[in-house]
Design a protein around this ligand. Structure first.
Ligand code: MSP
Length: 513
C-alpha cells in the first residue's frame, strides 16, 4: 500500500525557523509511522521560490531572486538534515520539471475556459501573497496576520473561475459518502471552510502582470502565474506529473496534505477546484494544525524572538527536539511554547520517566548478572501486556495524528513497567532467588525493546540506542517492520538479554533550568 504525504513548500525568502520545523517534523513522524506499518511512503517537502515576496527579499539583499532561492533552499535542506527528516524528495518550484507541469495545467485551464482576462483592482498583502477585500482587513487596512498595510494593485490579469466550483466543493467536503470525499481535519476548521463556502466564492486572480519573478503564462508571456497556483501544483510535480506517469499513477492522489491553519483555504478550496477543473483526482485528507506562539507572542523578526532549528537541537539534542516539538501541544489547536516549559517536559518525560527506566534496568543487568542475563529464562509476559496497549491506543493516536496522546500512551506503559519493578522488588531477590530474578529482569528488557520500536517515529536514533542497550537482536528497523507485519513477538523475545559496559550512557541528561 502506498502513502503520500506533503508539507507546505516554504517561502525561500528567509531561513527556516521552528514554525516550519513543526510541520516538517510532524510529517516526518507520520511518514516514519507509516513506513513502520509497511506502507510504501512518498514524503514530499520543498521550497516555494516565485512571486513578489521573494523578488522583494532578493532586492533588499542585493541578490538575484535565483541566487537567494539557491541559498535559502540549501538552508532548508540543511535544517531537515539536522532534524533527521526522511523526505523522499525536496521540490523547488524553479526546477524545470515544475515549470513543465505548471504550464501544462495552465494550458488545460485556458483551453477549457476556466481562465479568462479581467481588469481588477484590489488590496494585496505581500506577506500572504493574497488579495483581500476591505472587510478582511483591520480599520487601518492591514492584514490581520501580518499587520502590514495592504497595497492597492490595479491590473488586468487572468482569473480562475473559482466561483463555479462552490457546490461541487461543498458536496465533496461535507459528505463523507461522496466518492471524491475530501476529509478536512480538525472538524472545527472543516466547519469554518464549509461556512465560508456557503457564503459563496469569488473568482481569483490567476496571473500577475507586474511580477516578473514567476512562470510566464504560455499564452500571454507578459503575465506570470500567480504564485499560489504555481506553488500548489508542486504537489503533483513532486510525484511525476507529466514527467513520470508510472510514479504519478502510483502516488496520486495524496493521502495527507499537512499545513497550519493559515493556508488551509488555499489547500481545501483553491487546490481541489483546480484539480477538478483539470480532471485529476482530489486529495484524500487535508490536515491543518494550529499556530504556536512563543511566550504568548507571534514569532517574528521584528520582535527578535525567532528560534532556529539549530538552537533547539543544541539545547535538547535531535531526537528530544523532535519529540518535544510534536508532543508539547496537542496537534490541531493553537498553542504556546516557552523554553521553560519545553525544558520541564524534557526533564519529566525523557530525563526522568524514560531515562530512569532505562538506566535502572541496565544497572540491574550489570549489578545482578555482570551484563549477561541467562537466556534459559525468557519472560515475555510484561512485553505482551505492553504490546497490547501500544498496538491499540498508541496506533489509534498516531493514525489520528494525535502525537501528544501517543506520547501519553508511551508514558503509561513506562509507568506500568516501573510499577512492575516495584512489585517484583528485584533487589530483594538478589542472592536469594536467582532464577526469579533473571526472569524479572528478562521481562523488563523484553518490554523496553517494544517501547524502543514504538518510539522509532519520534526518536529514530535514540530508539536504536535503547534497542542496543537492551540487547535487542539484529537491526531495530528491520525487526520492527517484521513485527508490524504480523504483530507476533518472537518466541525468544527481542532482547538477547545482555548489555555491555560501554553501553551505560545517559541518553537524556537532565537539564537544569
Ligand atoms: N509558501 C507557502 C505555502 C505553499 S504550499 C503550496 C507558505 N509558506 S510559509 O513559509 O509561510 O510556511 C507556512 C507554514 O509554515 C504554515 O502553514 C505552517 O505549516 C508552518 N508554520 C510557520 N510558522 C508556524 C507556527 N508559528 N506555528 C505552526 N506552524 C507554523 O505559506
Amino acid at each position: 500500500m502506498k502513502f503520500y504525504i506533503t508539507t507546505p513548500i516554504y517561502y525561500a525568502n528567509d531561513v527556516p525557523h521552528i514554525g516550519h520545523s513543526y510541520t516538517t517534523i510532524a510529517s516526518d513522524v507520520i511518514a516514519r509511522w507509516k513506513r513502520l506499518n509497511n506502507f510504501d511512503v512518498f514524503f514530499l517537502t520543498g521550497t516555494d521560490e516565485h512571486g513578489a515576496k521573494i523578488a522583494a527579499a532578493a532586492r533588499e539583499k542585493n541578490k538575484t531572486p535565483q541566487d537567494l532561492c539557491n541559498e535559502m533552499s540549501a538552508k532548508f535542506k540543511e535544517a531537515w538534515k539536522l532534524l533527521n527528516i526522511s523526505y523522499t524528495e525536496f521540490i523547488r518550484t524553479t526546477e524545470q520539471n515544475h515549470l513543465i507541469s505548471v504550464k501544462e495545467i495552465v494550458e488545460i485551464l485556458f483551453k477549457t475556459g476556466f481562465i479568462f482576462k479581467k481588469k481588477y483592482e484590489g488590496l494585496y498583502c505581500l506577506e500572504c501573497e493574497k488579495f483581500y477585500s476591505q472587510k478582511d482587513l483591520d480599520e487601518s487596512g492591514s492584514c490581520l496576520l501580518h499587520k502590514t498595510r495592504s497595497i492597492v494593485q490595479s491590473e488586468e490579469n487572468y482569473f480562475f473561475r473559482l466561483s463555479s466550483f462552490q457546490f461541487e466543493l461543498l458536496k465533496r467536503i461535507s459528505n463523507p459518502n461522496h466518492k471524491e470525499y475530501i476529509e478536512i481535519q480538525p472538524e472545527e476548521r472543516k466547519n469554518e471552510i464549509i461556512g465560508k463556502l456557503r457564503l459563496g466564492l469569488e473568482d481569483i486572480s490567476f496571473s500577475r502582470i507586474a511580477v516578473e519573478w514567476g512562470i510566464p503564462l504560455p499564452f500571454d508571456k507578459k503575465q506570470t502565474v500567480y504564485v499560489w497556483v504555481d506553488a500548489l501544483i508542486n504537489y503533483i510535480t513532486g510525484v511525476g506529473y507529466i514527467t513520470d506517469d508510472a510514479k504519478f499513477q502510483k502516488y496520486w492522489p495524496v493521502d495527507v496534505h499537512l499545513m497550519a491553519k493559515d493556508i488551509l483555504w488555499f489547500h481545501s478550496v483553491v487546490w481541489p477546484a483546480i484539480l477538478m477543473a483539470v480532471k485529476l483526482p482530489l486529495p484524500k485528507k487535508i490536515f491543518s494544525h494550529g499556530f504556536f506562539t512563543l511566550n504568548g507572542n507571534k514569532m517574528s523578526k521584528s520582535l527578535g524572538n525567532v528560534i532556529s532549528p539549530r538552537e533547539l537541537v543544541d539545547k535538547y539534542g535531535i531526537d528530544a527536539a523532535r519529540y518535544l516539538m510534536v508532543t508539547f501541544i496537542p496537534f490541531g489547536p493553537d498553542g504556546d511554547i516557552s523554553w521553560r516549559e519545553l525544558t520541564s517536559k524534557y526533564n519529566a518525560d525523557l530525563a526522568n520517566n524514560l531515562g530512569n527506566l532505562i538506566s535502572r534496568t541496565i544497572k540491574m543487568v550489570e549489578k545482578y548478572f555482570n551484563f549477561q542475563v541467562s537466556r534459559i529464562t525468557v519472560n515475555l509476559q510484561l512485553a505482551r501486556k505492553v504490546a497490547v496497549v501500544l498496538r491499540k491506543s498508541f496506533a489509534e493516536s498516531m493514525d489520528d495524528m494525535q502525537f501528544h496522546k501517543a506520547a501519553e500512551v508511551l508514558k503509561g506503559v513506562i509507568t506500568l513497567i516501573n510499577r512492575q519493578i516495584e512489585i517484583d522488588a528485584p533487589w530483594k531477590l538478589f542472592k536469594v532467588d536467582t532464577k526469579k530474578l533473571s526472569s524479572c529482569v528478562s521481562s523488563y528488557l523484553q518490554a523496553i525493546c517494544i517501547i524502543a520500536i514504538y518510539l522509532l517515529p519520534f526518536m529514530p536514533t535514540s530508539s536504536e540506542r535503547i534497542w542496543n542497550m537492551m540487547g535487542g537482536i539484529g537491526n531495530i528497523n528491520e525487526t520492527a517492520k517484521k513485527y508490524f507485519a504480523d504483530m507476533i513477538i518472537p518466541e525468544d523475545g527481542f532482547s538477547a538479554q545482555q548489555t555491555k559496559s560501554n553501553m551505560m550512557e545517559i541518553l537524556f541528561p537532565r537539564i537544569e533550568k
